[in-house]
Write a protein that binds this ligand. Structure first.
Ligand code: SAM
Length: 274
């Protein structure tokens, strides 16, 4: 019988955020697959656990993933952890989960720390609809293509970024989304120097042009305002005439039709006088 792959989220800065259930799964798993075994060893020492560790990271995931799969198929249970946060979210794990799904090995994901959701929830920006964009590419062409594909995105957007690339990213975003677009820069979440700066892209770029960013950042960027439908002057005039026919004064009808269509009140009023 196949074993089970557990996806175990770990703290993104505050060790107190490890859940009781995550401790139990780490304690009970036959072995732990870790992005960096030294980082995970520190966590296990903190929890007072001793477990067999194997490494599973970006550059060994094909070979290591094959060995993990064999052990799961033989009936063992594996807990997968990344350095911090939720495995498979901008971290190794996605491939292993897909391979397990294909091989009929059950996967269980434990809920827990994730920088993206933590940042979104405290951003002050709309949370009803959002899109996770991860890291922008460092290659100029694909980075530009990624941003321009988002130019009209109306949902709140979440990006991860390293501090040394932050300024260039803010400048590129300001160029594509406009300097007035709102952004929440969520820094060092759950750590001693946690900070959220709610500002605009233009001001954020100016801020980090004058001081070096430190620590880890999640960028939460407001979506684009929905585009107003373009209405012709004839349509606006027809609307104003209908309002006048309903008993409204020409002046009020022109004002209301202008509000509804975004066209100039004077032009609609002039049309009504003709
Ligand atoms: N799997 C992780 C998760 O669930 O959040 C994300 C790992 S990704 C390799 C690392 C990026 O997450 C960092 O570059 C930063 O953008 C973000 N991040 C992680 N911890 C953070 C923290 N404490 N504060 C702000 N951002 C953080």
């Amino acid at each position: 019988m196949a074993g089970m792959l557990y996806l175990v989220p770990t703290p993104i800065g505050n060790l107190g955020d490890i859940s009781q259930r995550c401790r139990e799964v780490l304690a009970q798993a036959d072995f732990i697959a870790a992005e960096d075994t030294r980082v995970t060893l520190r966590l296990l020492n903190h929890l007072g656990l001793k477990k067999p560790l194997v490494s599973y990271y970006e550059h060994n995931k094909t070979a290591s993933g094959g060995r993990i799969l064999d052990r799961l198929l033989a009936g063992e249970c594996c807990a997968l952890v990344s350095d911090a946060g939720t495995p498979a979210i901008s971290d190794p794990g996605e491939d292993l989960v897909r391979q397990c799904a294909q091989a009929g090995i059950p996967v269980s994901a434990l809920p827990g720390p994730c920088a993206a959701v933590t940042a979104l929830s405290m951003s002050g920006l709309p949370t009803g609809r959002f899109t996770f964009e991860g890291f922008l590419s460092t290659a100029k062409k694909s980075r530009a293509a990624h941003l321009s594909a988002l130019a009209k995105e109306s949902r709140t957007m979440i990006f991860y970024e390293a501090p040394h690339k932050l300024l260039a990213t803010l400048q590129d975003m300001a160029a594509v989304f406009g300097p007035d677009r709102r952004i929440a820069l969520c820094r060092e979440l759950t750590k001693l120097h946690e900070e959220v700066v709610r500002t605009t892209l233009g001001q954020a770029a100016a801020l980090y042009a004058s001081q070096s960013p430190r620590g880890e950042f999640v960028l939460v960027v407001a979506g684009a305002e929905p585009e107003r439908e373009t209405v012709s002057l004839d349509d606006a005039l027809a609307r104003a005439k209908a309002l006048v026919a309903g008993g409204m004064s020409r002046k009020d009808a022109a004002r209301q039709a202008a509000q509804e269509t975004g066209l100039a009140k004077n032009a609609i009023y002039a049309g009504l006088l003709d």
